[in-house]
Design a protein around this ligand. Structure first.
Ligand SMILES: [Zn+2]
Length: 474
């Protein structure tokens, strides 16, 4: 009897707990909505967010979009124009300035990768200095955390202008991460949940495919990008803030005291009318009117000039399925590939020739003739690659045509190449030291490297070079 009562009571308890479970199932924790972004901005240095701030002011205040920012370096190289700290100490200051600049626009989700600010025009140098793999892993993790629809970053390409290697390297890292974050085989520990309490470095994230990429460029001639993406007025008034978008962007930029304290000082004393005049004049305005976002790629279709958020609710088509993922550029490369020996520009140019088609970047504006700006009086290096039959050695003759007053110091003449697929041969050219008056009139000039093998022409490469008063080292 006692046993029967006990069993009945137990059954009753089970029945009640089963009933409770049906009424309120245990809630499984989902993703953290505080970190979801519509736009993820990934830029190289504190102050580079300003490439996009007029549009971000529009997106945040009037389109009600969520924005997060990732800086790939802390900006520790260069000059502190404000106080005496430099190097790592200045980098710490610039991190705070960058957070302040973002906070003024209402952006609080801000992260930094571990890239070392590298003063050069060579993206490969930046990637080497940063630790490419570790930073790519971190960026993929941040894309999986922030789940952006659209990513803004730097244009990965070589142009006359600031042409910063860190900018280009950031663009490259973003394109790689855009394509990898949706792949469950890439950095799988980010996707794994813990099976025991001690596996504290598994992230329990999910794969993510962003849908579009847009670029900002530091080229001198931004007119060349007109029509290559959607353009937005920076002078338009924000309906919610009752200020033009440039003004909201300018207020944000005032945080960067270690970078341009004199401008900040001068601007902070100007009246609204004086500011308006300064920012309306194309010669002194900080942002061009309108400001173009250069289209990178879209996995939801549409035209390059369509609005940033056009088609964004559509499901992303994997890049490999997208028509035209193989660019005309790649096709031309492939048809040339059978022809040996041949000469190509090496370094960043050769990297991009492989990189663009591999990532389906078929519509990027490229310089008609490869170009670069270098400091007057410095040695220009032209990285040459000869592709040839790997089964035998090859005798090659290089002749270099330079503008008057320029001098070839290394790399021209007869060379015997080892039996290998490709041989790199840097050509060095000493450039003249121009006066500041001459620099004002300077235009880009062509350097041509011509190759012959066993008496027959192999081809030539051209590089347009502009001498400037200052430029980052190549
Ligand atoms: Zn920068």
């Amino acid at each position: 009897m006692k046993l029967f009562l006990k069993t009945t009571m137990l059954l009753a308890v089970f029945a009640v707990s089963g009933l409770l479970a049906a009424q309120s199932p245990q809630k499984v924790k989902g993703e953290d909505s505080r970190f979801k972004a519509d736009i993820l901005v990934v830029v190289a240095h504190p102050d580079d967010e300003a490439f996009f701030t007029p549009y971000l002011a529009r997106a945040i205040n009037d389109l009600h979009k969520r924005v997060a920012v990732v800086f790939s370096t802390h900006g520790g190289s260069g000059v502190n124009r404000y106080t005496r700290e430099r190097g790592p100490a200045m980098a710490n200051e610039r991190e705070i300035e960058a957070r302040e600049a973002c906070a003024k626009l209402g952006i609080r989700n801000v992260w930094f990768l571990d890239g070392k600010d590298t003063a050069s025009q060579n993206l490969l140098d930046s990637l080497a200095n940063w630790g490419h793999g570790a930073n790519l892993e971190r960026l993929v993790g941040l894309i999986r955390l922030t789940r952006p629809e659209v990513i803004f970053t730097h244009f990965p390409g070589v142009f006359i202008g600031e042409n910063h290697g860190d900018h280009q390297a950031t663009g490259v890292l973003v394109i790689e991460a855009f394509d990898l974050a949706a792949n469950p085989l890439v950095f799988p520990s980010q996707l794994a949940g813990d099976m025991s309490h001690y596996e504290s470095y598994l992230s329990n994230l999910q794969t993510w495919q962003a849908k579009k990429i847009y670029f900002g460029s530091d080229a001198d001639d931004n007119k060349q990008f007109d029509g290559s993406g959607p353009a937005y007025s920076v002078r338009e008034f924000s309906p919610s803030q009752k200020k033009p978008y440039w003004r909201l962007a300018l207020d944000s930029a005032m945080a960067h005291r270690t970078q341009f304290p004199d401008d900040i000082e001068r601007i902070s004393k100007l009246s609204d009318a004086e500011l308006e005049k300064l920012m309306s004049d194309p010669n002194s305005a900080w942002w061009s009117e309108p400001s173009t976002l250069i289209f990178g790629k879209s996995l939801v279709g549409g035209k390059p000039t369509d609005d940033v958020f056009a088609n964004i609710e559509q499901k992303a088509q994997p890049a490999s399925l997208k028509a035209g993922a193989y660019c005309a550029y790649a096709a031309a490369n492939e048809s040339a590939a059978g022809r040996l020996p041949r000469i190509e520009l090496g370094g960043p140019w050769r990297f991009y020739a492989d990189f663009y088609p591999a990532h389906g970047l078929c519509d990027l504006p490229v310089a008609k003739v490869p170009e670069i700006g270098v400091k007057t009086g410095m040695t220009l290096v032209i990285p040459i690659v000869i592709l040839h039959d790997p089964s035998r050695t090859l005798s090659i003759s290089l002749t270099v045509k330079v503008p008057e007053g320029w001098k070839v110091t290394d790399g021209a003449g007869q060379v015997l190449l080892p039996a290998e697929e490709s041989t790199s041969l840097p050509v060095h050219v000493e450039t003249p030291t121009l006066s500041s008056e001459d620099l004002k009139k300077a235009v880009a000039q062509e350097v041509v490297v011509h190759a012959e093998a066993e008496g027959k022409p192999v081809g030539e490469v051209k590089l347009r070079v502009l001498l400037r008063g200052s430029a980052l080292p190549q």
